[in-house]
Design a protein around this ligand. Structure first.
Ligand code: DPP
Ligand code: ZN
Length: 876
């Protein structure tokens, strides 16, 4: 296939100043009439053909300046309309008619139907499935959209901007006209038409304008949109208070649909959401669902400034809007919840999703330089690492400098399609800082490694720390120059918290940040009386892998004494991971005791310490997952060994802490009615982790069965059911519980997704048969991305022992599923393929099986560009 390269970027020859669209909606034969006012860019030769993008389009009519062009004046194919015979004037109009079949569109890109509702998805290149266009983000146009439909089918007609007109037509049809005054790229276009319920509210902006807020959901589900509405209002307020960003239209709408490739989409004034990120009540949603809804509502809303008002020049700049907007939603959630708890959760996710991507065959820079399918670059690297890079800018410049830089960026580039260079430049110009070396973070793939060694000299009272950075390029030939890495730190003394120093040399140190810029720094602190323990990378100030020299004793010391709460968690997590990794290297009969006494004692002291927040204690008590241990081991992975260690570790802690866990479980019984707030969620999290340890310690799930029966909310219910299914899959209690859950929720697809996932992630080789059987269950559908992800995605990415069966059947199953899905929905199929991204780290037997399965898929004659791209890179 063709590779698109950053260095080949050039502006389009033509611009489209205004775009008038008229839709006549019919389920299988929708007509789209587009009237484009086209302008030739200054300096472009008058006879330059106008080349418009299409994708599976049929041209039904064409006029240029009101006239039908001669047959040899243009050529039309499904993916391109070339008008060779263009008028000599600088501006002219082009009218295009296309005909679509939204009901047959299973790719869920362009105009499609979800449960009868017409909706659109245009990012990245879906608009070209609606009409021929300059479908690229640097072509900004003012849209006016007229929608006509049968009133009975679609009483609701929505598009971007403000509604300027609506009314009745003949024969039971009606229409509405929407105008969006803000020029926007085509990927932000949206249309929704259907029969939906609505929740309304208002928000008064900081300058006193009243904005109408509307959330559209299936009829009957309106009460479940209350939390999303609340999160929206809090997001709007927070963006005004934190970044001075005010909403700009008179109306802001969100529509929830059940068939959606992604989480949600930030279309101007008309966000479209996967319904699982809108709908919640205590009966159907877990605390994690509520937290996701809050974060994603905020994320899409924040795009209004970072993405919509200032968009990307080209898709290589995707992190310009995504990294920055993820950073903004992280900060929002941190302010709404507990900052440390939120940061720990982010770091865990980053390490679980982005680190393996950056270490494997799918590694790419935060700003990639080439792609063959842009849909495959909506990745953890672009989003999550992209956010970490923005966070480092703030760490380097400080709060004030960061805000000044961002203000300048908004001021300079409002209404434009911008680049990473322009973003960086705004921070440099606002603060005088030099970010040239820092900018390498956007271009160099891979996770830098930091190794540290230190010594203390009592005589001269000197503490010396040697820090080396090394970047192992995951891609052959990728650049790996030394980076500017901000390391937040403290020197922790035995008695009195962080120590002060009288002088420091060997690296620039500002406040509590060491700035690494060289491959190796020897940092010397003067005036240090006693040997400190260095607490490094506080708050995870850079996305690097730290190899601390610290002995277990020093980590244990930090886990108890680091004045920084994040630092305590990080030390404990490092210690625990290290001991689990060591246990995996021992023979089977020598790994019953995974942790030493002191480590067990630290766990229990945290568990019992009521001065900590519940949520923080729950996070500290959560062991690294099996995939985390695998990542730490690095190569020749045997998932069965890791699973055995994980089980042994849970049993050991469960026994060791039985009294404390029993006290927590019984002492934290729900008091009063359910509330999704962070404090209540933390309380449930701690109680549920105590329940897990009690079950593991006693090897008995009776308590989980009781908890399942008594649960009055989905958080507790799903947790108890998971314990039953994962610890005692074949007991009557478990079978009854699964049945009860299914009976209650069989008509609630997004709740049934949990039922699928819980079963798909049950450890052990047999689960593959369960998963295969579940694909035949009523309620499962290959056409719905949420169902596919809940069952097949969860199995392949979240069930290390089941998926990595030694006989390779798990890999075969995944590759067959991808082959089956690919014809209908290549985007979702390609995403499933990423479960293979770490296959080269497996032990040789499984590695071979994985290769065979992928080669089998690769031999298929008709793979989509999406799957072909991921498969080729993964196998390379
Ligand atoms: N732009 C969407 C988001 O991340 C995804 N396509 O918000
Ligand atoms: Zn986004």
């Amino acid at each position: 296939g063709t590779v698109i390269r950053l260095e080949d970027y050039r502006p389009s020859d033509y611009l489209i100043d205004t775009t008038d669209l008229a839709f006549t909606l019919e389920p299988e034969a929708t007509t789209v009439r587009a009237k484009l006012s086209v302008r030739r860019r200054a300096g472009v030769a008058p006879d330059t053909p106008l080349v418009l993008d299409g994708d599976e389009l049929t041209l039904a009519g064409l006029k240029v300046n009101g006239e039908t062009p001669a047959e040899n004046g243009y050529t039309a194919s499904p993916d391109r309309l070339v008008i060779g015979d263009v008028p000599a004037d600088e501006t002219f109009t082009v009218e295009i008619e296309t005909r679509l079949n939204p009901s047959a569109n299973k790719q869920l890109m362009g105009l499609y139907r979800s449960n009868g509702t017409y909706c659109t998805q245009c990012e990245a290149e879906g608009f070209r499935r609606i009409t021929y266009f300059l479908d690229r983000p640097d072509v900004l146009s003012v849209y006016t959209v007229r929608i006509e439909a049968r009133t009975e089918d679609a009483p609701l007609l929505l598009s971007n901007g403000n509604r300027t007109e609506s009314g009745r037509l003949e024969n039971g049809w009606h229409y509405a006209v929407w105008h969006d005054p803000f020029p926007k790229p085509s990927y932000l276009f949206a249309l929704v038409a259907g029969n939906l319920g609505v929740v309304r509210d208002t928000f008064t902006t900081m300058s006193g304008r009243e904005v109408a807020l509307e959330i559209y959901v299936e009829h009957g589900k309106e009460p479940r949109a209350a939390y999303a509405m609340d999160a929206l209002k809090r997001s709007m307020k927070w963006d005004e208070e934190t970044f001075g960003r005010e909403y700009d239209l008179d109306i802001f709408m969100i529509v929830a649909v059940s068939d959606f490739n992604m989480g949600a989409m930030e279309n101007k004034g008309l966000n479209i959401f996967n319904d699982k990120y809108v709908l919640a009540d205590e009966r159907t949603a877990t605390d994690a669902d509520y937290a996701n809804i809050e974060a994603i509502i905020a994320h899409e809303y924040f795009h209004n400034w970072t993405g919509n008002r200032i968009t990307c020049r080209d898709w290589f700049q995707l992190c310009l809007k995504e990294g920055l907007t993820v950073f903004r939603d992280h900060e929002f959630s941190a302010d709404m919840r507990s900052r440390t708890v939120k940061r720990i959760a982010e770091v865990k996710l980053l390490k679980a999703h982005q680190f393996p991507e950056d270490a494997g065959p799918l590694a790419h820079p935060v700003r990639p330089r080439r792609y063959s399918e842009i849909n495959n670059f909506y990745t953890a690297t672009v989003y999550e690492k992209g956010s970490e890079v923005v966070r480092m800018i703030r760490t380097i410049l400080g709060e004030d400098g960061f805000r000044k830089g961002l203000d300048l960026y908004f001021e300079r580039h409002d209404g434009e399609a911008a680049t990473i260079e322009q973003f960086i430049k705004a921070f440099e110009d606002a603060t005088g800082a030099d970010l040239a070396q820092f900018a390498l973070w956007y271009d160099q793939p891979g996770t830098p490694n930091l190794t540290v060694s230190s010594h203390h000299d009592a005589g001269p009272k000197r503490f010396t720390m040697t820090i080396e950075q090394r970047l192992t390029p995951p891609i052959e030939g990728a650049p790996h120059a030394p980076m500017h890495i901000p390391v937040k730190f403290g020197l922790v003394s035995a008695g009195s918290g962080d120590m002060e120093w009288t002088a420091v040399s060997g690296a620039e140190v500002t406040g509590d940040v060491i700035h690494l810029r060289e491959p190796k720094h020897t940092v010397v602190f003067e005036g240090i009386n006693e040997r400190p323990v260095a607490s490094l990378l506080r708050g995870f100030s850079a996305p690097v892998t730290l190899f601390p020299e610290a002995e277990d004793a020093d980590l244990a010391f930090l886990a108890r004494n680091d004045p920084d709460e994040y630092g305590r968690w990080q030390a404990l997590s490092t210690l625990v991971t290290r001991q689990m990794k060591q246990a995996a290297a021992r023979s089977a009969d020598e790994r019953g005791e995974v942790f030493d006494e002191e480590t067990c004692a630290i766990f229990m002291d945290i568990a019992a310490d009521d001065s900590y927040e519940h949520a923080y204690r729950a996070l500290c008590l959560t062991m690294p997952g099996e995939n985390d241990i695998a990542r730490e081991i690095g190569n020749d992975i045997d998932p069965d060994t890791i699973h055995a260690v994980h089980r042994a570790a849970s049993r050991q802690l469960g026994r060791f802490g039985e009294r404390i866990f029993a006290r927590l479980f019984h002492g934290l019984e729900p008091a009063g009615s359910y509330s999704p707030d962070a404090a209540s969620a933390g309380r449930r999290a701690l109680r549920n982790i105590a329940l897990s340890y009690l079950c593991h310690g006693s090897q008995d799930t009776a308590l989980a069965a009781k908890a399942f029966a008594q649960a009055d909310n989905m958080t507790d219910r799903a947790h108890a059911l998971t314990l039953l299914v994962h610890l005692s899959p074949r007991t009557d209690e478990t079978i009854d519980a699964l049945k009860a859950f299914q009976d209650e929720f069989r008509n609630e697809p997004i709740v049934m997704d949990k039922w699928f996932t819980i079963q798909a992630t049950a450890p052990g080789a047999e689960t593959l048969e369960t998963v295969k059987a579940l694909t035949g269950q009523t309620g499962f559908s290959w056409d719905n991305p949420n169902r596919v992800r809940a069952l097949i995605g969860a199995f392949s990415a979240g069930n290390p022992t089941g998926f990595n069966r030694p006989d390779g059947e798990g890999y075969q199953f995944l590759c067959q599923a991808i082959g089956r899905l690919d014809g209908a929905n290549p985007q979702v199929a390609a995403r499933l393929m990423t479960a293979m991204r770490s296959w080269k780290n497996l032990e040789p037997g499984r590695r071979e099986m994985a290769r065979k399965a992928m080669e089998g898929l690769s031999a298929r004659p008709r793979l989509s560009r999406d799957v072909r791209d991921i498969l080729d890179r993964t196998l390379a």
